[in-house]
Design a protein around this ligand. Structure first.
Ligand code: MEV
Length: 326
């Protein structure tokens, strides 16, 4: 049996469909080339050990039999619950494990570092124990882990980390359809504002309780936008994708998840010649995206910077979780 394995998984960027995708509607998501890495080593003593410098976890250690008991530090949660869920299904016969995670990206960007580290943990355990789970089984166990901790979420980030590429995705993995895409003419701007996704999901759900038919109608409109954008992406019709993104931003604003800062960056990108621009993710903070004609790219980058954003140079449509070395 292999003693040590390193795997990596990408982050994600929502293209269209956020919030509605929590409620049985589709979204479009692409995997970004900033990766989370996890190295798992099988050890002789029956302990779970974790080092995760990016989230301030150093030499965290407990018996395998005590997984999930006692106080679990915030930075250790996703990995520990993933390990417990994995061993709940595929028990470790003897010994223990040591895990080290490292991220190429800041957790601040909202690229989905928790989901990527969860997917890495399940994939590495699957390989090192010989369980050899397929992509859907990795997705299911990692999504269960995220729900165990957060209680809410569509799983689109888990799907991006697992499958990579660009996906048409429906809540909980009911549909996970890889789209044949070579590249997307995208610019990403970071707002500098940190947001808590679950808090924003809850805010939107409060609105849905108050005005159910209004908000459900918005979710249905978002579904229509995603279906049209899927077709336009496959046809490389970027002008149409941009127009649909602008409409999507309008309804996200109606849901209350736009902020002045994101709006400034989005309008600046549009005025500088983008096909379209919108927030990406839970809203209020994190990132915005713009689809841009090549000739306007520099101007658009500058306009986002002038609006107080930070342009992040990322590859998109990258490979999903993969083995780095054994
Ligand atoms: C957050 O990045 C996107 C949401 O749709 C939540 C989710 O899909 O899990 C708001």
């Amino acid at each position: 049996m292999t003693k040590q394995i390193t795997v990596s998984a990408p982050g994600k960027l929502m293209l269209l469909g956020e919030h509605a995708v929590v409620y049985d509607r589709p979204c479009l998501v692409t995997a970004v080339g900033q990766r989370m890495k996890a190295t798992i080593t099988l050890t002789e003593s029956p302990f779970f050990e974790l080092n995760a410098p990016d989230v301030n976890v150093a030499n965290y250690r407990k018996p395998i039999s005590a997984l999930l008991s006692g106080e679990v530090p915030k930075g250790a949660k996703f990995v520990e619950v993933a390990v417990a869920n994995f061993f709940g299904k595929y028990p470790l016969k003897s010994g223990g494990i040591k895990i080290e995670t490292n991220s190429e990206f800041s957790a601040e960007f909202g690229f989905g570092s928790s989901s990527a580290s969860t997917v890495c943990t399940i994939k590495a355990l699957s390989e090192i124990t010989g369980a050899n789970l397929d992509q859907k089984a990795i997705f299911d166990l990692a999504y269960k882990t995220v729900l165990d901790i957060q209680g809410k979420g569509s799983g689109f980030d888990v799907a991006a980390a697992t499958y990579g590429g660009t996906l048409y995705f429906v809540t909980g993995g009911k549909v996970i359809e890889p789209l044949k895409v070579e590249n997307l003419p995208i610019v990403v701007g970071y707002s500098g504002i940190k947001v808590d996704t679950v808090t924003l999901i809850n805010q939107v759900s409060e609105k849905a309780k108050k005005y159910p038919e209004v908000i459900e109608a918005i979710y249905d409109q978002i579904k229509n936008l995603v279906e049209k954008a899927k077709k336009a992406v496959l046809e490389k019709d970027w002008a149409t994708v941009g127009e649909l993104m602008n409409i999507n931003e309008g309804v996200l604003s109606a849901l209350g998840v736009e902020s002045q800062k994101l709006a400034d960056m989005i309008y600046a990108a549009r005025e500088a010649g983008a096909y379209g621009a919108k927030l990406s993710g839970a809203g209020i903070g994190d990132c915005m995206i713009a689809f841009t004609p090549t000739e306007n790219r520099d101007k658009i980058n500058q306009s986002i910077t002038n609006a107080g954003g930070k342009v992040i140079d990322v590859q998109i449509n990258v490979e999903g979780v993969r083995i780095e070395n054994v």
